[in-house]
Ligand binder design. Structure first.
Ligand code: DGY
Length: 321
């Protein structure tokens, strides 16, 4: 059967150039309404040879077990794939792919935006201007924190972590990082390696999270670990909300242990912990890390490259299961 006869079920609306290419090469079942629920996907899945899912779809083992045998590949529109039970997919003989690399620069840009925004109180300032509440410049109004000369701790010096480090150096920050394995010297580019998270936290005036969400990293930042940060540290999270224990961070933001947080990702999105929205020192964005036209197109094309390779009988370039 040629590629044009294969059917791909898409769970959410994709950029139009991605949908156009998909529709040209496959029978595409598109969705321009709300994201499909698991039940809605399963109703249509008997027609599909592959699923194109996003980071908001829960592809757990019960769902995978209920998929018809016809479905042979799940192509994820996104790099993180903790929402997909890859072991269950493997057992079911379903290939899983993701889209690494193409969203590195956009996500790193956003991490710097959050870092600067949180440090310099940009969210508060924006809200004040919108409310017509500005009373004018004063020497003491809305003072924030310098980033220049400060230590930036990076948890997870992978593609995005490295791109954040490159940008932060231009802001004269000193880079520290923790990984399970030390990076090669040329990747470190002078960054200081910490063999334990605890050692990294102790020196992180700023901390930026770039670890994948796994059972080991869930709740990595909690009451115990947040207490290890220098007083008045700034936290940035563009990775996954579940890396952070919300109650502990809210307490740390309230008592000043953490001076400010720039958060783009949250547990239980889009239903964020209600206290964040009430805290002036929480600078919040709605999971915008990869949200640029070029990047979202590139993510879609990367997902399609995976599908194309698979249906051509080749190894998909970004196979994770
Ligand atoms: C991903 O690809 O995992 C991102 O969270 C999407 O922005």
């Amino acid at each position: 059967m040629s590629r044009a006869q294969k059917t791909i079920l898409v769970t959410q609306q994709l950029p139009s150039s991605v949908e156009n290419r998909l529709s040209k090469n496959y029978v595409a079942i598109l969705n321009h309404g709300d994201a499909l629920t698991q039940e809605q996907i399963l109703i249509q899945a008997h027609k599909a040879d592959g699923l194109l899912v996003t980071v908001t779809d829960t592809v757990d083992s019960a769902f995978i077990g209920a998929l018809p045998k016809r479905v042979k590949i799940i192509a994820n529109f996104g790099v993180g794939y903790e929402h997909i039970d890859v072991e269950a997919a493997g057992r079911a003989g379903i290939v899983v792919t993701n889209t690494p690399g193409v969203l590195t620069e956009a996500t790193a840009d956003l991490a710097l935006l959050l870092l600067l925004g949180a440090a310099r109180r940009a969210g508060e300032g924006h809200v004040m201007m919108r409310a017509h509440a500005w009373r004018g410049w004063t020497p003491t109004a809305m003072v924030g924190h310098d980033v220049s000369g400060k230590r930036l701790g990076i948890v997870g010096l992978g593609r995005i972590g490295l791109a954040v480090a490159r940008r932060a150096r231009a802001f004269n920050m000193e880079i520290h990082y923790h990984n399970r394995h030390r990076r090669a010297l040329e990747d470190e580019a002078g960054a200081h390696y910490h063999g334990t998270l605890e050692s990294l936290l102790a020196v992180s005036d700023f901390l930026s999270l770039h670890a994948a969400l796994t059972p080991q990293t869930r709740g990595l930042l909690n009451a115990r670990t947040l207490a290890l940060l220098p007083q008045g540290a700034v936290l940035v999270n563009t990775a996954r909300g579940d890396l952070v224990d919300d109650e502990a961070l809210v307490d740390a933001l309230k008592n000043g242990r953490v001076a400010a947080a720039g958060l783009d990702v949250f547990s239980n999105e889009p239903h964020i912990h209600p206290s964040y929205a009430r805290l002036d020192n929480a600078f919040l964005l709605p999971h915008l890390g990869s949200a640029t036209t070029d990047t979202r197109n590139a993510m879609g094309f990367c997902a399609l490259d995976n599908l194309d390779a698979f249906f051509a009988g080749e190894e998909p370039p970004h196979r994770v299961a």
